[in-house]
Design a protein around this ligand. Structure first.
Ligand code: ALA
Length: 881
């Protein structure tokens, strides 16, 4: 593969120029909640640019997996319709962290462009930011001044997101010639097809703050990014990125699966091939890195991408799941350089197929919903914005398709309202939510930490300590003192109390002053701001002032249970990897004294056998009783050790804490027990699903686990007592009881039937002849169900004639009328009889000519109704034959 060769030569070049070659980080950023997916090579170095984290190198180069869907950089809707946009692509990049700057960055880019990529120097056009004369000047060493363009903020100022590192940039364009457009410079070529942008050199100089202001970075740095697929399209001299080797191979596989040939010029079908090839890579890489299609956040974005691929698949006649059939070809072409694809292949296929099946079902249903929407929109000839949005958002019908269908049906769409809803939905998926309380506490404490420094947490080694009161909060405001009876927060300079964090609940306990003059009961402990530990509770006695010294003592018994449960959580995580596989990623956890809860990515329910295996593994480890160790290492060192589990979305400082039980190593700030055996016993109480692809395990340990088991034993014993049997015999006994019960029920049913037959037989003596018609009426104290059986039986015995029977119960009554076929032919009819007499019993009903029934609320009127029925028969005019 040419792509592989260029990828490797690029990295080699920079290795020779003293750059550390760093592997691509996962497409899911594990340490940056502001980012949906990795969208640039520089993401994994964000903190290094900001000066918050240090590495043991100052130059680096990567080939980074990038996904640009959602967030600031979003190319989804372009894909398939331009020659150069992709949702997934590889970005080649070289980086300098306060080492070289513009001059060398430009030199390297020129050297690589002309020597490694082999580009014609005469066709390279650099651009610079408006007044960046320095960069302009530097470029004149390589190209004539008339080929250097100055561009504005939109093109030549690069920012990772709404906040974070940013700076002016210089981009490299390659002139593909007049066949691709008439514009004769990047500025004139507005479509961007003739002058293809292939490399961006960012001169990182600022950090953009949430306020929008820019503060200078500690050291000017370099971040560059060259789109590998674009570079390949230029090297291979093909029209679009989809004609380069990797993507063309995928398209070939789509040709095989769909049995349709790909013609790049076919405006109907070519986009479908391209969209599928691109989206498949995006999905496969994201799933390999631990995301799954779902209804929230990243999962939701993936779901959108998958649905788009499926819809385009339908254009190629693929109505059944097909993405899984393309995956093996992807693994063949990219698996060597990205082994996670190879490792995850089976799971990727399984997840894609399940999700496709679900969407295909939705689409079928969507068709029905669409007809309903059209039906309901007829009155004002308009599809409401809400309906259009629902069709798009829930059923995945693209708005273009909805507009076309509307047009076909002579309807318009309320597009303004639709756009509004779409915009709101976008905002929702973009924003990283913070509660108002979080924002308030941040404001309260941001100054405080700068002035006072961070609180020291002593709780890894101590249960009690003395500390100085540094801050008091009452009624949401900082104050100088707290009085008896008041509730609020007390912050000490040091404390053994663990603030709720990383899923572990906050400690409870007491704070008191010398001689117990004052005493504060701590019912929770929180960290409202990084470095601040707030004891939350009530001042039960005395007064507390800033500067006072207090003794802080945690509830030790409670803390031990929490520690046991936290260590058990690590064991569970480890066991899940053993039993289910390495793809299991923690998605959330709660550790409190009574139980632990662990959410993780896995695509199907656990079997009872798997649950048992997990329990057995954890309990074996508990009995093995290894010590639990913890120590600090640098974040960079931790990143290099793949056996240490770290979490997505977690923000780590430059020093991190490793909790190490030999076979299980995790980055974790929580408090743990000193030896695994202290946990005592581990049981899984519940396994469930909380979202598509996310499972939840709730488990208990020690005394709670014992109580849980005992509770089972007790209920079993109680049942055994009731049945006067041993617990071991219960299954057999209960089966026998069920069988006996079934037989008895049958016998009762038969006895009832016999009884009803007798009742019916007895009724025969009351058959009269009314107007030449055999006529039977009667009132019985039986249920409506029994009445039906009885009426059937009576009619069978009569053979010919009319019967009207009633059943009465307190407050209600029922009527049944039956007419034999010969009298139906004669013009008598059960339905008419019931219709006529039902109002008398304050009821209603109906039925067929042969049989009809009614229910009513006036049992006292039954006789009157029966008499009326008799009159009807008496007045009947027989048909003449
Ligand atoms: N970070 C820069 C980009 O993505 C290089 O274009």
């Amino acid at each position: 593969m040419h792509t592989q060769k260029i990828r490797r030569e690029f990295l080699n070049y920079f290795k020779k120029h003293h750059h550390a070659i760093i592997p691509s980080s996962p497409v899911v950023p594990h340490d940056d909640p502001t980012l949906l997916f990795n969208n640039a090579g520089m993401n994994q170095f964000k903190d290094v640019f900001l000066g918050k984290s240090k590495r043991d190198y100052h130059r680096a180069a990567t080939s980074q997996k990038c996904i640009r869907v959602g967030g600031k950089h979003n190319d989804l809707e372009n894909v398939g319709h331009t020659s150069r946009h992709l949702t997934f692509f590889e970005m080649l990049g070289n980086f300098s962290f306060g080492d070289y700057f513009k001059k060398d960055a430009i030199k390297f880019a020129w050297d690589v462009s002309t020597n490694i990529f082999g580009f014609d120097p005469a066709r390279i056009w650099p651009t610079v930011f408006l007044d960046d004369d320095e960069a302009f000047e530097l470029w004149t060493d390589y190209v004539p001044a008339e080929r250097i363009c100055r561009m504005g903020e939109k093109d030549n100022f690069w920012a990772m997101g709404d906040t974070g590192p940013c700076g002016p940039c210089s981009e490299l364009y390659y002139d593909r010639g007049s066949n691709y457009g008439k514009g004769t410079s990047p500025i004139e070529d507005t479509a961007g097809d003739r002058f293809l942008e292939y490399w961006n050199l960012v001169f990182m100089q600022y950090n953009r703050l949430p306020s929008g202001d820019k503060e200078p970075l500690p050291k000017p740095s370099i971040d560059t990014g060259a789109g590998l697929e674009r570079v390949m399209s230029l090297i291979m001299n093909v029209e679009s990125v989809f004609e380069t080797d990797v993507l063309r191979t995928l398209i070939a596989q789509i040709e095989d699966v769909s049995s349709i040939k790909y013609h790049p010029g076919n405006r109907q079908q070519a986009p479908a091939f391209r969209v599928i090839a691109d989206h498949l890579r995006c999905l496969a890489f994201a799933i390999a890195d631990g995301v799954q299609p779902s209804n929230v956040d990243r999962g939701y974005v993936l779901r959108k991408v998958l649905r788009r691929a499926v819809r385009y698949g339908r254009l190629l006649g693929m109505d059944e799941p097909f993405l899984g059939q393309i995956v093996p070809r992807l693994v063949e072409t990219m698996g060597t350089d990205y082994p996670e694809l190879e490792k995850g292949q089976g799971r990727i296929i399984e997840i894609l197929t399940t999700e496709e099946e679900a969407f295909i079902r939705t689409l079928r249903r969507g068709g029905t919903i669409l007809s309903q929407v059209i039906e309901k929109s007829q009155a004002d000839r308009k599809i409401s914005g809400d309906d259009a949005f629902k069709l798009k958002d829930t059923y995945g019908l693209p708005i273009e398709e909805i507009l076309l269908i509307a047009k076909d049906n002579d309807l318009v769409v309320d597009i303004d309202r639709y756009n509004l809803l779409e915009e709101e939905a976008k905002k929702r998926s973009r924003s990283v939510h913070k509660t108002t309380q979080q924002v308030a506490s941040e404001n309260l404490f941001s100054d405080y930490v700068t002035k006072q420094g961070e609180c020291r947490f002593l709780g890894y080694a101590q249960d009690t300590s003395k500390g100085k009161v540094c801050a008091i909060v009452v009624n949401g405001a900082l104050t100088k003192e707290m009085r008896e009876g008041e509730e609020g927060w007390i912050v000490l300079d040091q404390t053994p109390f663990y603030p709720e964090m990383g899923g572990q609940i906050g400690d409870m306990g007491k704070l008191w002053s010398e001689g117990h003059a004052s005493s504060f009961s701590v019912k929770d402990c929180q960290s409202p701001y990084k470095g601040v530990i707030a004891h939350v509770g009530t001042l039960e006695k005395g007064i507390v002032r800033l500067g006072d010294t207090l003794t802080a003592q945690i509830d030790t018994v409670r803390r031990r249970k929490i520690a046991n449960n936290h260590t058990a959580t690590h064991l569970l995580h480890w066991a899940l990897h053993q039993v289910l596989g390495e793809h299991v990623k923690q998605a959330g956890s709660v550790v409190d004294p009574d139980r632990l809860r662990f959410d993780f990515s896995h695509h199907k329910a656990l079997t009872p056998a798997e649950i048992q295996q997990i329990e057995d593994l954890v309990n074996t480890k508990i009995r093995e009783n290894l010590p639990v160790k913890w120590y600090e290492i640098s974040y960079d060192e931790a990143q290099k050790k793949s056996e240490i589990k770290q979490f997505f979305g977690e923000k780590y400082g430059s020093k991190v804490r490793v909790v190490d039980i030999d076979y299980s190593k995790e980055l974790c700030g929580g408090t743990h027990t000193s030896a695994v055996g202290n946990i005592g016993l581990f049981r899984i109480a519940k396994e469930s699903s909380i979202a598509a692809g996310i499972r939840r395990i709730e488990a208990i340990t020690g005394p709670e686990a014992e109580a849980y088991v005992r509770q089972f034993e007790e209920s079993l014993q109680q049942i055994a007592n009731v049945l006067k049997a041993q617990p071991q015999q219960l299954k057999e006994r209960i089966e026998k009881l069920i069988e006996e019960n079934r037989q008895l029920a049958q016998e009762i049913k038969a006895a009832k039937a016999a009884q009803l037959k007798d009742t019916a037989a007895a009724l025969m003596s009351q058959v009269q002849t009314v107007n030449h018609v055999p006529f039977l009426s009667g009132k019985l104290n039986i249920t409506p169900e029994e009445l039906r059986i009885c009426a059937d039986e009576a009619m069978e015995r009569m053979g010919s004639g009319v019967l009207v029977l009633a059943s009465v119960q307190p407050e209600k009554c029922h009527l049944i009328a039956k007419v034999s076929d010969d009298y139906v032919n004669n013009g008598l009819n059960a339905h008419d009889i019931v219709k006529a007499i039902a109002p008398i019993i304050e009821g209603s009903g109906g039925g067929k000519k042969q049989a009809a029934q009614a229910g009513g609320k006036a049992p006292a009127k039954v006789e009157e109704a029966l008499a009326k029925a008799r009159d009807l028969v008496a007045q009947h005019e027989h048909r003449k034959h």
